[in-house]
Design a protein around this ligand. Structure first.
Ligand code: NAD
Ligand code: UGA
Length: 440
């Protein structure tokens, strides 16, 4: 079976490489000629754990192209992995999806099965089916096959998924998608198209809800003197709750939870239904994303002219993706207030300086970022931060105040270090530093 993947992004490229590693014949098409050129030269166009090595091993089995005719004319199946970003009103923008479908109709010689991996509102598959039917009746069938990979662990998530979901209206269409995945060792859920589309949103939004819940519990822990790490453990050990997605922090970011919560909320409203849990999830996250800025204001009424070090820019470790990263909200507020912001990240600094020129000073090392700083904010839990010695903050900073938005360290590691250490949902230590500072 010949498979074409439209979109060489996180989903398309990783899926293409993984299917190719299973011996399937794959062509990857993208409209971005720079991306395709990089891939043809064996270079990954973004940072993802293990991607460079995986690309080196399997790229020779894949055709990378920008030519839709080459990609679509003889293919049996097209997997759509194009963006479905958020529109201003919160709904999903489907223009990339329809652009790709228009090209498929134009160039496919014999018709094919369209497999939608992009995250799309419930009912999109039905609309696409009508779109194809109106142009070429009977030649195209549409399946939903939502993707559940997470960035940073994309390759292992794809090769060993928790489940595969196939949504189709006819047995033959479901069977074709099943053929692609038959060598994967996991449960395959086969259902109708609308249920498959709903599974994707319901999964992402449930995880986002769990995060907003633990973030609120963490904020309350700080007020009432409880420790959120133990609370997370204590509730997560109940298998009905589970331990994952209970790490409190600076709020969720990335290309999906923020847009998918808003899209489902929008869809419900469109059908005159108010999704109250998701509305609350979104609101809690908006305020959690700026929590570190608010905490910084606890220690300095005015941050103007102060040097603030920000450790971590990416929305999570293992990626250089800055989409909806909480670091950006915080850095913008710091800059608005007139602080001198220095940033460090092991992989995302280039993207940051390209996308936000002049907003902050990029540093090569943690030492350089925190040198003589008045406060340090930890935004991403990179291993380099977790292994950075607590005493070194005291050694390099002008005033060693560290606010850790990702609970990278045990609180006890800062006891007696000469650093004021404040994290999420746990007691702050070293607050005597402030008294000394005020006295001086
Ligand atoms: P991405 O932005 O990384 O990549 C999408 C690619 O599609 C881009 O390279 C773009 O140039 C290309 N493209 C746009 N129009 C095209 C067209 N007409 N033909 C061919 N290529 C085209 O996006 P992504 O992160 O891979 O996400 C793709 C979809 O998958 C979205 O709907 C997203 O919600 C969903 N998803 C993403 C993830 C993730 O972790 N990133 C996980 C699950 C689902
Ligand atoms: C998420 C889902 O995990 C994937 O299953 C899904 O396919 C994907 O969205 C998508 O649809 O695009 P991703 O956004 O890559 O994947 O990353 P996650 O690991 O889920 O993290 C999302 C955000 O939640 C990050 O900002 C992360 O820092 C935060 N998070 C996660 C926490 O704050 N605490 C946790 O315990 C877990």
């Amino acid at each position: 079976m010949k498979i074409t993947i439209a979109g060489a992004g996180y989903v398309g490229l990783v899926t293409g490489l993984c299917l190719s590693s299973k011996g399937l014949s794959v062509t990857i098409l993208d409209v971005d000629s720079n991306k395709i050129e990089m891939l043809q030269n064996g270079k990954a166009p973004f940072h993802e754990n293990g991607l460079d090595e995986f690309l080196e091993t399997y790229r020779s089995n894949i055709t990378f192209t920008t030519d839709p005719e080459e990609a679509y004319q003889h293919t049996d199946a097209v997997m759509l992995a194009v963006p479905t970003p958020e529109k201003k009103d919160g709904s999903a923008n489907l223009e990339y999806l329809y652009d790709a479908c228009g090209q498929i109709v134009k160039y496919s010689k014999k018709g094919c099965t369209i497999i939608v991996k992009s995250t799309v509102p419930v009912g999109t598959g039905d609309k696409l089916e009508r779109f194809f039917f109106n142009k070429a009746p009977g030649l195209f069938h549409v399946a939903s096959n939502p993707e559940f990979l997470a960035q940073g662990t994309a390759i292992q998530d794809t090769l060993s998924p928790a489940r595969i979901v196939i949504g189709a209206q006819e047995r033959t269409t479901a069977q074709l998608v099943w053929e692609i995945y038959k060598s994967f060792d996991c449960e395959i859920v086969v259902t109708n198209r609308r249920s498959a589309e709903m599974i994707k949103y319901a999964a992402n939004d449930f995880l986002a809800l769990k995060l907003s819940y633990i973030n609120e519990i963490a904020n309350l822990c700080e007020i009432v003197g409880a420790d959120v790490e133990t609370v997370s453990l204590g509730i997560g050990l109940d298998p009905r709750i589970g331990r994952q997605y209970l790490r409190p922090g600076t709020g969720y970011g990335g290309s999906c939870f923020p847009k998918d919560t808003k899209a489902l909320h929008w869809l419900a409203r469109y059908h005159d239904y108010e999704l109250k849990t998701i509305k609350a999830t979104i609101e809690v996250n908006e305020s959690q994303k700026v929590r570190l800025f608010k905490k910084a204001k606890k220690y300095y009424e005015n941050l103007s002219g102060l040097t603030v070090a920000v450790l971590g820019l990416a929305f999570k470790p293992g990626t250089d993706d800055l989409r909806e990263a909480p670091s950006l909200d915080v850095i913008n507020l710091l800059a608005e207030e007139g602080a001198n912001v220095r940033v460090w990240d092991p992989v995302a600094t280039d993207n940051f300086t390209k996308q936000h020129p002049g907003l902050a000073t990029a540093c090569q090392t943690i030492d350089e970022a925190i040198k003589d700083a008045d406060i340090c904010l930890i935004m991403t839990e990179w291993d380099e931060v977790k292994s950075y010695a607590p005493e070194d903050y005291a050694r390099f900073m002008e005033t060693p105040i560290v606010i850790d938005g990702r609970n990278c360290y045990p609180v006890t590691s800062f006891v007696g270090s000469g650093v004021l250490y404040d994290s999420i949902g746990r007691r702050a230590v070293g607050t005597e530093l402030l008294e000394k500072k005020e006295a001086a």
